[in-house]
Design a protein around this ligand. Structure first.
Ligand SMILES: [Zn+2]
Length: 362
């Protein structure tokens, strides 16, 4: 799986967007993550930098899956996005997008020459990438009986007037994938509602009819941005799930009610976030070792899948969140509370100072 990142991001109108003159390049997130240094007994999770970022930004959960935050230390957020790209939330949430109908000129047929027809362009995710195609838009029966198709190439590319189309063919629509609980049960939605917030430079009135570029193309990433609150909300749900699991490891509940523990919920959240990732088993030509590569619709899903792999491979170890820097890590030592020597020393000094102060007061 490849992902895109711009050479520089900025925040415009509450949205993280690539800078106007930024260069866009691709990279392999899984390859980068596997190269990260892992310590022997303690291993930091891949999401650790994101978890620390949320702590620095002071993000906390509020209401139904929402977040509250104060907009400070934005440079740290930009650093993370510069290194990783955006989470790909707009791609994460949908599996099918049908653009508003436009007149398209069809290949010449016999004596009739070129015909122009109302067509929908569509994008569908699966099994491991976005596919593009087009289909005829359903036209109103009255219209069909008079002008089934037009011989008018000058219409090519223009939006089809709504009165020509049956209701279900009007505007752009998006179909949610099975994940997003925020739309509870809705399957098909207006494209303006689902994708609109992620394309901040487009005029509001064009959000339903816009001729969006193919997902994950360079043109797509140039237009694409992520509203701060959406970015933080999704990042927070991922980090929070790991924190809940760590909490469970730290203070195992005495009388466990199976199916009601917050840890069960955390597992569900991680599984849902990782949904639509797919393994690709391959054999290395040189050493015949079997290796699993993954593809994912979004960086968010890829991060969740990596976290699942890291946590499930930690059998017999403890999931911890550093009490100093909030970095999640795995350790074989149940007494370990800090991710590193540095964090432990800072906290030991802090506690000593607090103790001295208390003694001075006496
Ligand atoms: Zn730490």
């Amino acid at each position: 799986m490849i992902w895109w990142r711009a050479s520089g991001y900025e925040i415009r109108h509450g949205c993280i967007v690539p800078m106007v003159n930024a260069t866009l390049t691709t990279y392999y997130p899984w390859e980068d993550w596997s190269k990260a240094p892992k310590r022997l007994r303690t291993s930091e999770l891949t999401i650790a930098p994101l978890a620390k970022l949320l702590r620095d930004l002071d993000v906390w959960a509020a209401g139904l899956g929402g977040v509250q935050f104060e907009l400070r230390q934005v440079d740290k957020l930009i650093d993370w996005v510069n290194a990783n790209g955006l989470l790909g939330i707009a791609l994460h949430r949908v599996e099918y997008v049908r653009l508003a109908a436009r007149w398209r000129t069809l290949p010449a047929v016999g004596f009739m020459g070129h015909l122009t027809a109302p067509m929908h362009k569509w994008f569908r995710y699966g099994p491991e990438k976005w596919h593009t195609g087009s289909s005829f838009a359903a036209t109103d029966s009255e219209y069909q009986s008079t002008f089934p198709l037009r011989i008018n190439q000058s219409l090519d590319g223009k939006v089809v007037a709504e009165d020509v189309l049956v209701e279900s063919s009007r505007g752009g629509l998006a179909e949610a994938n099975s994940y997003p609980a925020i739309w509870a049960g809705q399957v098909s939605m207006h494209l303006s509602d689902v994708w609109g917030p992620f394309f901040p430079s487009l005029p509001r009135e064009e959000l339903d009819s816009y001729d969006y570029p193919e997902p994950t193309s360079e043109a797509f990433w140039r237009l694409y941005g992520e509203p701060l609150d959406e970015f933080l909300r999704e990042a927070n749900s991922l980090v929070q799930a790991v924190e809940q699991l760590a909490q469970e490891h730290r203070n195992p509940p005495a009388d466990r009610l199976i199916g009601t523990s917050p840890a069960v919920h955390a597992c569900q959240v991680l599984s849902e976030l990782a949904g639509h990732t797919r393994p690709h088993l391959g054999m290395e030509k040189t050493d015949l070792k079997l290796r699993v590569n993954w593809s994912a619709p979004s960086l968010l899903a890829a991060l969740a899948m990596t976290t699942i792999n890291e946590l499930s491979a930690s059998d017999g170890n403890f999931i911890r969140v550093c009490e100093k820097c909030r970095s999640p890590f795995i350790t074989g030592d149940a007494r370990q509370l800090y991710c590193s020597k540095d964090c432990r020393e800072v906290m030991v000094k802090r506690k000593q100072r607090a103790k001295h102060k208390l003694e001075d007061k006496k």
